[in-house]
Design a binder for this molecule. Structure first.
Ligand SMILES: CC(C)(COP(=O)(O)OP(=O)(O)OC[C@H]1O[C@@H](n2cnc3c(N)ncnc32)[C@H](O)[C@@H]1OP(=O)(O)O)[C@@H](O)C(=O)NCCC(=O)NCCS
Length: 144
């Protein structure tokens, strides 16, 4: 999907980052090491409608803190956000998720062996963010 002209994909400015932080809290998403430089947002008429980041862990790059504002869901924005983030990826990308079907459509595959920071994230999700679903680790391989 191409980005429609009225939407901007960008690094959030200070005000947009405040909006992101509010949504992250509302949606109970991963708020560890919040760094606006790692975030990207889709903005429509000066409002953040989707966001996500590629976080550099010590041993892996992780796609996390992905969200689409509720009234904009189901229109392909989540997919667009992930596709835009993957275009910026410098190496393989990991994700820990309870919605593997969403990520499989974007080229992520299940992995049994993964970096320690991903195991730490699974443990954190299972204790702190537990939603009664199974957390899976998936990997997207950067094309050579
Ligand atoms: C998950 C989320 C980002 C999806 O955003 P979205 O804009 O509604 O998704 P899209 O419209 O781009 O959907 C793309 C595809 O994934 C599918 N999909 C969307 N949400 C899904 C879900 N929860 N589970 C499985 N598949 C899903 C869609 O049906 C669509 O399939 P299609 O291409 O075959 O039609 C959004 O629902 C959200 O912000 N959820 C709350 C936060 C969250 O769960 N973040 C993910 C943390 S890992």
């Amino acid at each position: 999907m191409e980005i429609p002209e009225r939407w901007q994909f960008k690094q959030p400015n200070a005000g947009e980052f405040e909006e992101v932080k509010k949504w992250v809290e509302d949606f109970w998403l991963d708020d560890e090491s919040m760094d606006s430089a790692r975030f990207r947002v889709l903005v429509d008429s000066n409002k953040v409608i989707a966001f996500g980041r590629l976080r550099e862990n010590i041993d892996a790059t992780e796609l996390c803190t992905l969200g689409v504002v509720k009234e904009f869901r189901g229109k392909g924005l989540g997919r667009l956000m992930v596709e835009c983030l993957l275009k910026e990826a410098k190496q393989d990308i990991y994700v820990v998720t309870v919605i593997p079907a969403f990520f499989s459509k974007l080229g992520f595959e299940f992995v049994e062996n993964y970096p320690a920071s991903m195991q730490k994230k699974v443990n954190l999700c299972t204790t702190d963010y537990h939603v009664g679903e199974i957390y899976r680790v998936m990997k997207w391989k950067k094309p050579k």
